[in-house]
Design a protein around this ligand. Sequence first.
Ligand code: FDA
Length: 407
Amino acid sequence: MTVTTPENREFDVVIIGAGAAGLMCAAVAGARGRRVLLLDSANKVGKKILMSGGGRCNFTNMHSTSDNFISANPHFAKSALSRYTPWDFIALVEKHGVPYHEKKLGQLFCDRSSKDIVRLLLDECDAMGVQVLTHSPASNIQLGAPLSQAASRSPHRLQTPRFSVSCESLVIASGGYSIPTLGSTGFGFDFARSLGIPVLPTRAGLVPVTLEPKQLRKLQGLAGVSVDTVTAASGAAFRENILFTHKGLSGPAILQASSYWQPGEALEIDLFPGLDLAEHIHTMQHQRPKLELKNLLGEQLTKRVAQRWCDLWLESKPLEQLGKDDIQRVVSACKPWKVWPAGTEGYRTAEVTLGGVDTNALSSKTMEARNHPGLYFIGEVVDVTGHLGGHNFQWAWASGQAAGERA
Ligand code: FDA
């Protein structure tokens, strides 16, 4: 039910942010008979869901476990994730007749459009009597005393542009900083800080990396080429493609590694994953002695990358002419190729914000703030960040469900 003015300005639950986490929380709280108001500052709900997965929303991952998440407290997400699993969301998707498929590595996408997921969530909210208001940034929030000590059943107050509301439970589902053009302002971080709730340092995650102009010049002309790799940063390694871009490097392996990469560190990119390259060259020297090195490398790296590697660091000659040192040079240039990024493309293109509201300040069971009864934080605003591949939505659903069961 989308309304222009709420029927009642006193609610059991007010949720700030109608993204993935807020929509899920609203439907779950509504199903408990709670009077729920869901506010969003944007002109429509679920904007990130709509643009996710290239318009097809990678809504969960069948293999999602707590190992797919980054947090200062790696145990925090376990409770919510184990109580609302990918299969619970898949059941919801099937209940609504949304067609979907596995793309790869357990990643589930809509067959038609991300709109199916937003529609599903809005239909759930509608069925549970949730009131949804867009164009409604929340401001001037005043937390009341805990319910046990409060004079009113709706101790918390806040302002929307058109009226003020009061509520028993307030849920912050306002996301992080990523993609500011979609309305991400870091509102939830500022609000948490204003209450003295610690916010761990934030930075862009699942984001392309940029290279220095000198390095970029060396790679000029390769933009658009992708290569299968194992890419590692700070001890985390991902078997996926990298993609050369005009600004640096992207592709799933780079996005995954970017969430672990620290400025000043190298990315270690194994261009021949799962292959003993020296051994392979030795074998080929016997089988195809006249084959040029660049053509052998090109079978894995693509012709363009292999040619560039030979121009920059190696000498392409027939395999039969390669000595021990030549082979060692090839291995050093490829296993791994070490790259020192200048930085990342930042929040402008990042899929997620790393860091956020310190999980030590929250209950892992309910997402309620320990020192502020009736206040909850869910989704991306919390210091829990998923790997690429549907894990971030799974966290939004699971944390939304956890808070919705209690708020
Ligand atoms: P989200 O940011 O979705 O929602 C927060 C809402 O709060 C917004 O609607 C905002 O307008 C509103 N808001 C902010 N301040 C407010 C205020 N003061 N008052 C009222 N409302 C306010 N993940 C995944 O698992 N699979 C995928 O395929 C993708 N793909 C993808 C693509 C792109 C381009 C991006 C940027 C991100 C993804 N992600 C993803 C990540 C995923 O989108 C992200 O983790 C979730 O949307 C986070 O959900 P939240 O509900 O926490 O925040």
